[in-house]
Design a protein around this ligand. Structure first.
Ligand code: NAP
Ligand code: ZN
Length: 342
């Protein structure tokens, strides 16, 4: 079979490899689609730890081809999505239920072979069923959606909450939809590209703003601003210093700022503790997808969260290395790798 292999940092290529055989408790899944995520690019450049040689791709879904001994919950022909994050179950964090903080966390597509391939092998405990009539490409959005669900859970959204989302990439656009679905009445999405702002409005944003051209904090929080006083919950979904600093400032008194974006290790930002304290802002972070992948699969299956407009391009495995290595094209949300090129 074909697989996109990271041979070493900076060396990514399409290779012919042996089709894996499912071990005890494992499923062999024929990949239908696997999303290219910014993390894949960081892994390629050595900015995110991985374990080459390894097949990349951690946002995948497909059809069960065969099952290994002892598999009880799945059978060949079922459509599944994979939660890539495998926790050890034995470390102190796992034993406290904090599986995303597992000290031995291993991810499919990062530390063991992933979804930029014709097939992937995974433990049945990482698989979640999807309906047989679902669009075969949509399952690839379960992983990013599961991360956003964790963020929305931590943010403590309530019916009628007001929300600001910073960043109009896939994480921002999924978080926006989740916020509306969770009952937020006003959701303001801030992103630079007008194309992404239009998309956000079509996906339920009640307002959008361009962060350029004047003081965005004042434009939003002033008495005559877009959301006077700020939002109950702000989601930072851009991963840049500017938005990290804006997030707590855009939360209303007593409000919450949730950081989802990733910045380079060692990067620093300025915050004003006085402002955080005197307005009692909760500043929290949200890391990956503890126990949320099943809910993501259900939301995708139900069609409540719209993912079709987030698919910018579909490419075959042969084109994948170039698409992973190069920066995303302007305006692009998600590129999906579809192994048979359909
Ligand atoms: P992405 O496609 O790069 O989206 C980020 C968006 O932020 C960009 O599309 C960009 O759109 C916008 N942006 C950049 N500078 C901005 C600014 N100053 N103000 C407002 N918007 C700005 O990335 P993504 O896949 O959506 O992921 C977003 C972040 O979440 C990344 O840092 C990623 O690593 C992280 N992430 C975290 C988790 C987790 O578990 N916490 C999971 C997955 C991803 P414009 O050009 O329109 O501004
Ligand atoms: Zn653990």
């Amino acid at each position: 079979m074909k697989a996109v292999r990271l041979e070493a940092t900076g060396k990514l290529q399409l290779s012919e490899v042996e089709k894996p055989a499912p071990g005890p408790g494992e499923l062999l899944v024929r990949i239908e689609a696997c999303g290219i995520c910014g993390t894949d690019r960081h892994i390629f450049h050595g900015e995110f730890p991985s374990k080459p040689p390894v097949t990349l791709g951690h946002e995948f879904a497909g059809i069960v081809e065969t099952v290994g001994p002892g598999v009880t919950n799945f059978r060949p022909g079922m459509r599944v999505t994979g939660d890539p994050n495998i926790s050890c179950g034995g470390c102190e964090e796992c034993r406290r239920g904090r599986v995303n903080l597992c000290r031995k966390l291993q991810a499919i597509g990062i530390h063991r072979d992933g979804g930029f391939a014709d097939y992937v092998c995974m433990p049945q405990s990482q698989a979640f069923a999807l309906p047989s009539d679902l669009d075969p490409l949509h399952g690839a959005f379960c992983e990013p959606l599961a991360c956003c669900i964790h963020g929305v859970d931590l943010g403590g959204l309530q019916t009628g909450s007001s929300v600001i989302v910073l960043g109009g990439g896939v994480i921002g656009l999924l978080t926006l939809q989740l916020a509306r679905f969770a009952g937020a009445t006003r959701v303001l999405l801030v992103t630079r590209s007008s194309e992404k702002r239009r998309l956000a409005e079509s996906l339920g944003a009640t307002a959008t703003a361009d962060p350029g051209g004047g003081d965005i904090i004042a434009r939003i929080t002033a008495d005559n601003g877009l959301l006077p006083g700020g939002a109950d919950v702000v989601f930072e979904c851009a991963g840049v210093a500017e938005t990290m600093q804006q997030a707590p400032r855009l939360a209303r008194r007593g409000g919450t700022a949730v950081i989802l974006g990733v910045m380079a290790q060692g990067a620093k930002i300025e915050i004003e503790p006085f402002d955080l304290l005197f307005r009692e802002i909760r500043l929290i972070t949200s890391f990956v997808n503890p126990f949320t992948h099943g809910r993501a699969a259900d939301l995708i299956a139900s069609g409540e969260i719209r993912v079709e407009p987030l698919i910018s391009r579909r490419i075959g495995l042969a084109e994948a290395p170039e698409a992973i290595v190069n920066p995303a094209r302007s305006g692009e949300i998600r590129v999906l790798v579809v192994p048979d090129g359909k």
